[in-house]
Design a protein around this ligand. Structure first.
Ligand code: BTN
Length: 231
């Protein structure tokens, strides 16, 4: 089921509010969000020119934590098809030319079963961003205009295919080999003041391994900030 909205607060919210009437794999696309949500209470910049969409997965099978890397894998593939030089910033931001081109917000609803709402924002036709955002778009990178609905549908198709058919081992391999942060110094904003170290690996379960110099710490969720001008 594909739902195209003109304006909505957030496509993730729309799915949450219409859960009963929506089937699994429904894709909700909005031309404009008035309260687009980012991870960790951030907002999502929206000038009506880029993709804001959410995919619903009901009755999630397997480990729900895997959806982050599955989504990153699928968006990576979709943007590679457009010949972009794409990198994955764990767990599921997508970067091109050291700038963010896509962000993902996965929300889960847990009852007898698990429901996941996979929201993705892909900067396609945006021509300029506020100075404080380290962001880019397909237009800025390639000078081409994107058909937003076509690309959103392609991303949904690739997420569903990866979720249903691709071994998690392969998902991890692609995430590891195309990691934006591998070997770089980062701060993990997760435990109190956070920890600092170098990204050492992405393990078979999808945990990022940070080498702090004292220990190698595996983390399954959180937000990593790149510490620039070192290594
Ligand atoms: C982030 O990078 O912080 C995540 C951004 C996620 C934005 C998308 S746009 C579609 C969906 N609806 C929302 O309100 N947020 C996500």
């Amino acid at each position: 089921m594909f739902i195209e909205l003109d304006t909505i607060d957030s496509t993730n919210n729309y799915i949450r509010e219409h859960l009963d009437s929506l089937k699994t794999y429904s894709l909700v696309f909005a031309h404009h969000q008035t309260k687009g949500k980012g991870r960790i209470t951030r907002f999502w910049y929206d000038d009506k020119k880029s993709i804001t969409a959410s995919l619903l997965i009901k009755n999630v099978k397997g480990d729900v934590k895997h959806l982050s890397l599955i989504t990153a894998y699928a968006i990576f593939k979709a943007l590679k098809e457009l010949d972009l030089d794409v990198k994955i910033k764990w767990p599921n931001d997508i970067y091109v030319s050291d700038k963010k081109i896509c962000g993902v917000l996965i929300e889960t609803i847990i009852s007898d079963t698990i429901t996941a709402i996979i929201g993705f924002g892909i900067n396609t036709n945006t021509e300029a961003f506020p100075d404080n955002l380290n962001a880019t778009s397909i237009f800025l990178e390639k000078g081409i205009e994107t058909d937003n609905i076509k690309l959103a549908k392609r991303v949904a198709e690739l997420i569903i295919d990866a979720y249903e058919n691709v071994e998690f081992k392969e998902i991890v391999r692609v995430n590891r080999e195309n990691s934006y942060l591998m070997g770089k110094k980062v701060r993990l904003n997760y435990y109190g003041d956070g920890i600092e170290g170098y990204i050492y690996n992405l393990d078979e379960s999808g945990n990022i391994i940070i080498d702090t110099g004292i220990a190698k710490i595996g983390v399954f969720s959180g937000e990593l900030t790149l510490i620039k001008d070192e290594k």
